[in-house]
Write a protein that binds this ligand. Structure first.
Ligand code: THU
Length: 184
């Protein structure tokens, strides 16, 4: 009984600790910095950073900016757009992809993502949520080569450049439906 009480006390103490603003990345992920990025990706991160201020986030107070690099070099941005019905929120990545599609762009080389809280910075690179990974997978299947996903922390001193197969292994995709989307 005593042991059980101690365990409960321990659990409660652990739960009441303030959460860090980001989970530290596992050591196998090699990060880079803004200065080390190629100029195209620096521009992409700049665009994602600029659009952060337009994030509509009255519920989470969390700002996310995304920028897509189209195959012809055009950059198209998006921000998260929240909703009182929380589940109707649209993430920055998907906002950018849908906006790009409506502008006639569907094939991209890369997407950059950056985020910050209203009154805190994020220490680790912002990773796209599961739904966004699935949508990035869809457009990545249309692209000439697998898209790069450039994830940045707020200070842009810790960035991770990765690909969608790495972020979403064993993805469900058009091939599972026996559909060839390449002509779309
Ligand atoms: N958010 C994004 O915009 N992209 C992601 O990949 C993760 C989450 C937004 C959604 C919501 O407005 C806020 O961040 C907090 O979850």
């Amino acid at each position: 009984m005593k042991k059980l009480l101690c365990l409960l006390l321990l659990l409660c103490t652990a739960c009441s600790k303030p959460e860090p603003h980001s989970c530290p990345l596992p050591a196998e992920f090699i990060t880079t910095s803004y200065q080390e990025l190629n100029p195209d990706y620096q521009q992409l991160v700049d665009a994602a950073t600029e659009v952060l201020q337009n994030s509509y986030n009255p519920y989470s107070n969390f700002f996310v900016g995304a920028a897509l690099l189209a195959e012809d070099g055009t950059i198209i941005t998006g921000t998260n757009f929240e909703n009182a019905a929380y589940g109707s929120t649209i993430c920055a990545e998907r906002a950018a992809i849908l906006r790009a599609n409506s502008m006639g762009y569907r094939r991209f080389k890369a997407i950059a993502i950056i985020g910050r809280g209203k009154d805190f910075d994020v220490a680790e690179p912002i990773a796209p949520c599961g739904a966004c990974r699935q949508v990035i997978y869809e457009v990545s299947s249309l692209a000439e080569q697998p898209m790069d996903v450039v994830m940045s922390n707020t200070s842009r001193q810790r960035l991770l450049v990765t690909t969608i197969p790495e972020l979403l292994p064993l993805a469900f995709g058009p091939r599972d439906l026996n559909i060839n989307i390449s002509s779309f």
